[in-house]
Design a binder for this molecule. Structure first.
Ligand code: SF4
Ligand code: SF4
Length: 370
């Protein structure tokens, strides 16, 4: 699994750490061993057999949010995140994967029917369809943790006249990003085949999760799985309504946070800004924005393998919002919304910030069109 990354590993191994300042993990942990260059150098030496595979050494492979911030700073260019995820697959094959991700392929598959049952119990039954022209696929994060957000999305889509969207029906409610990130490529390929079969019942799928969209568009073809179904990110779908949104009131002001998988990986920086600019007269940018945006800590399974680091990343991201005295952040990703929302609540609880609302585009649209 590491052969395709030979050249990239060599570049990093001999690099004077040109991307060091970009990595949110090493910035919050303040540890040299988790800078992108050091993680890649460790993997390089393991791959060459100059270090022995052990849990102590492979631990650094999991200190990565696969956020691609370092890629923006690299002149070569090296994509560290996917290389480290391939390193995780090699670690699993060597029997020294992360202790919290042992048998992850099994637990992932076991969870899906339960998630489907939960979706069937909490979401509007009449919206589910076995087959449809266009279906909405919320992604597992929203189904598991925020079913109310899925219901709100359907209501807003109705308000926009897109009431023809049905809900995807089936246990394949996750596109498999976690399997890729955990280092289980065979299970990811098998899951991708199941997803492709399930998706074939729909002509178009509007997907609410940018990480799912990335997996479907870019990681599926890598493992030889081609989808016949057209995949549209929810943000792209909403962009189609700009100029005819039934706006009733403007939202006074908000910060916009670029999700890594919509922006850096998906190249969609302007779309969400276009939607928001129709809803608010004051959209503030973080000082690190667009290709230089800072991850909320939700990627690469970091909340599972390094929860304190993931939490600190989200809190650090909100520093500028607190300083500016703004009380709303918008982001078009269910994971960013949850991670930043949790951080905002903790900051307020500790008396370090006034309450900050973290909303997705649908929430902002819902308020502006109410
Ligand atoms: S990703 Fe690029 S800049 Fe960063 S350590 Fe590797 S070669 Fe250097
Ligand atoms: S992908 Fe993100 S978290 Fe991983 S090494 Fe690069 S900057 Fe750090």
């Amino acid at each position: 699994v590491l052969k395709p990354f030979d050249r990239q590993l060599q570049y990093c191994a001999f690099c004077p750490k040109l991307c060091r300042c970009a990595c949110p993990v090493s910035n919050v942990e303040a540890r040299e061993t988790v800078t992108p260059q050091q993680k890649m150098q460790t993997l390089h030496l393991l791959h060459r057999g100059q270090l022995e595979w052990s849990r102590d050494l492979t631990a650094v492979l999991y200190a990565c949010a696969a956020c691609r911030a370092c890629y923006s700073y690299c002149k070569h260019p090296v994509d560290v995140g996917p290389a480290l995820l391939a390193g995780r697959a090699a670690a699993v094959a060597q029997g020294v994967g992360h202790p919290l991700l042992v048998d992850f392929d099994f637990t992932f598959r076991y969870r899906l029917p339960k998630l489907h049952a939960a979706a069937r119990a909490t979401l509007p039954k009449e919206r589910f369809a076995d087959e449809a022209e266009v279906a909405y696929y919320p992604g597992c994060e929203a189904v598991a943790n925020a079913p109310a957000d899925v219901i709100r999305t359907l209501e807003v889509l109705d308000r926009l006249g897109a009431d023809y969207l049905r809900l995807f029906d089936g246990p394949e409610l996750c596109a498999g990003y976690p399997l890729w990130a955990a280092g289980y490529p065979d299970a990811f390929r098998a899951h991708a085949e199941r997803v492709a079969r399930a998706f074939a019942r729909y002509r178009k799928i509007v997907c609410g999760c940018p990480a799912c969209v990335h997996a479907l568009r870019h990681r599926f073809p890598e493992v030889g799985v081609r989808l016949e179904t057209e995949i549209i990110d929810l943000t792209e779908f909403l962009e189609g309504f700009v100029g005819r949104l039934p706006v009733k009131r403007q939202i006074p002001e908000l910060f916009f946070h670029d999700p890594c998988y919509l922006g850096r990986f998906g190249g969609n920086f302007d779309g969400p800004r276009r939607v928001l600019d129709a809803l608010t007269p004051r959209r503030y940018e973080f000082s690190r924005n667009r290709g230089d945006s800072v991850c909320c800590g939700g990627g690469g399974l970091l909340p599972r393998t390094a929860p304190d680091t993931a939490a600190a990343m989200a809190e650090a991201r909100l520093g500028e919002v607190v300083e500016a005295g703004v009380t709303m952040v918008a982001t078009p990703c269910p994971t960013c919304k949850r991670r930043l929302g949790g951080a905002a609540a903790r900051l307020t609880e500790r008396g370090e910030a006034a309450p900050i609302e973290v909303l997705d585009l649908i929430d902002v649209l819902e308020r502006a069109t109410r």
